[in-house]
Design a protein around this ligand. Structure first.
Ligand code: HEM
Length: 342
């Protein structure tokens, strides 16, 4: 075990925690728990009570701090001390969107999501700094670490766009795709560092099948986010309750999503068969299939049992774990030339 391996593994785990936290944010409808970004209502540590967002006389306000006046958000134009009565000239209306509610649970769920995101950023930054040591010996490693840093910074910026766009469905989908790209980069680093000299490269036909599975999984995830856009509208419409109505008039893309998962499952059974034929022993080959099976099961639960508690975040998280693991497997058995002793 070496430092880069540990740091990469830690970054991967934290990125998965960010994905999970993001999914919980969505399940609980907490996305707009913080109307601004990166601060939350203008604070580094958000308020715990609605009264903290009322205007207060003789109080030191910081620039961009937010208050609510008659159900509208206003932010402080500059640092100033308030007088005995409200002077509206010190405040500007927050026009990025018309969100103005305060719900302590939503605010703190969204805030914890951002905190885990920040920890992921720090972890990837440390990984990049550590990788600089290998810039001459193994440039690819440093380059990929740099790419992961760029990807996570881009992801943080996208987070702001998601908030500014009032959680527009398309930006959320791009956010999801970027998370997968970031995981691919981190798994590539892990495979380079973890490559053992006794691991053989996969025969070409099996690699092609695995690449096909990864492409199909990517398509399935994109289709899944389309299904999710529809469910999102229903969740809003029924105020996160009456789950039995969320599937009413579901577009045909859902049935494509449902059927396509079986094709992916069968393809992966065939991949196991081929791997067994060449006597390749790896726990990952069975894990991918087991997880695809559980993934389909959570989908069935959502459909037939009206979204039992936490099936939504599990369904999302599993999809990123499956595609990440399969990509890692492919890299691990195709990077002989990148073998590196650290
Ligand atoms: C290989 C199998 C599958 C994969 C990789 C997959 C992946 C995904 C992904 C990534 C999403 C978007 C989640 C989000 O953005 O929050 C999604 C949504 C969804 N999927 Fe699947 N899925 C699979 C199989 C199934 C099956 C078999 C069903 C149903 C029988 C199903 C039902 C759903 C539903 C209902 C949604 C919307 C969930 C929500 O609104 O939270 N999925 N899927």
């Amino acid at each position: 075990m070496n430092k880069i391996y540990n740091l990469t593994l830690a970054s991967i785990i934290i990125v998965y925690l960010v994905v999970l936290a993001g999914a919980i944010v969505r399940m609980t409808g907490s996305g707009m728990g913080c109307p601004d970004w990166p601060k939350c209502f203008g604070y580094f540590i958000p308020p715990t009570e609605r009264t903290q967002l009322d205007w207060i006389p003789n109080f030191d306000y910081n620039k961009n701090q937010i208050i609510i006046i008659e159900d509208e958000l206003f932010f402080a134009i500059d640092d100033f001390r308030s007088a005995d009565s409200l002077d509206i000239d010190n405040w500007e209306k927050y026009t990025k969107h018309d969100y103005s509610k305060f719900n302590v649970y939503h605010t703190w769920i969204e805030y914890i999501n951002r905190l885990i995101g920040a920890i992921a950023g720090i972890s990837v930054l440390i990984l990049f700094i550590t990788s600089l040591k290998y810039i001459n010996k193994k440039f690819l490693l440093t380059f990929l670490s740099f790419l992961s840093l760029v990807a996570i910074l881009f992801q943080a910026w996208l987070g702001k766009i998601v908030v500014d766009s009032n959680l527009s469905a398309n930006t959320i989908s791009i956010h999801m795709i970027m998370a997968i790209i970031l995981l691919f980069i981190l798994f590539s680093i892990l495979s380079i560092v973890n490559k053992k000299s006794n691991l053989k490269d996969l025969p070409r036909n099996i690699s092609v099948l695995i690449i096909l599975s990864i492409i199909m999984l990517s398509a399935q995830i994109i289709i899944g986010t389309e299904v999710r856009k529809f469910i999102d509208i229903k969740m809003e419409l029924y105020n996160y309750s009456q789950k039995e109505k969320w599937f009413e008039e579901i577009p045909s893309i859902f049935y494509t999503h449902r059927s396509f998962s079986w094709i992916i499952f069968i393809l992966n059974i065939y991949i196991i068969y081929m791997l067994n034929k060449i006597r390749l022993k790896s726990i990952i080959k069975y894990s991918v299939n087991a997880l695809i099976f559980i993934q389909i099961f959570t989908g069935i639960l959502m459909y037939y049992l009206n979204f039992p508690f936490s099936t939504q975040p599990i369904h999302l998280l599993l999809s990123t774990i499956i595609i990440g693991l399969q990509f890692y497997f492919l890299m691990l058995y195709n990077t002989k030339s990148n073998e590196v002793k650290i």
